[in-house]
Write a new protein. Structure first.
Length: 104
């Protein structure tokens, strides 16, 4: 992996944060919130999106591992006061639910 790719991944990793889903409602309302499967690395997804790797993004979307958040899912997370990992890749906010130890 080149130094530039390593540095970019490190930058993205530094921009991730745990945040309550309730704090992200404005992004969801605009259609800018995207769910990342817990089977994927959030930083890698953000990196591939920032690199505009359309083929990889489409593959994840077709596999259901990268999806726009449904109203039902958003409501479930809101009611549960869910905590998510989030990172911004403009205009998107990528979110991945924080799993407890039993789910990992």
């Amino acid at each position: 992996m080149s130094g530039d790719k390593t540095a970019e991944r490190a930058r993205i990793n530094g921009e991730t944060a745990k945040i309550a889903w309730q704090e992200l409602q404005r992004f969801f309302a605009r259609g800018n919130a995207v769910a990342v499967s817990h089977r994927l690395d959030l930083v890698e997804v953000a990196y591939q999106m920032s690199a505009d790797n359309k083929e990889q993004i489409e593959e994840w979307m077709e596999a259901g591992q990268l999806v726009h958040i449904s109203d039902a899912q958003a409501s479930e997370w809101y009611d549960a006061n869910a905590l998510v990992w989030a990172v911004v890749v403009r205009p998107w906010v990528l979110v991945q639910p924080v799993l407890n130890n039993q789910e990992q």
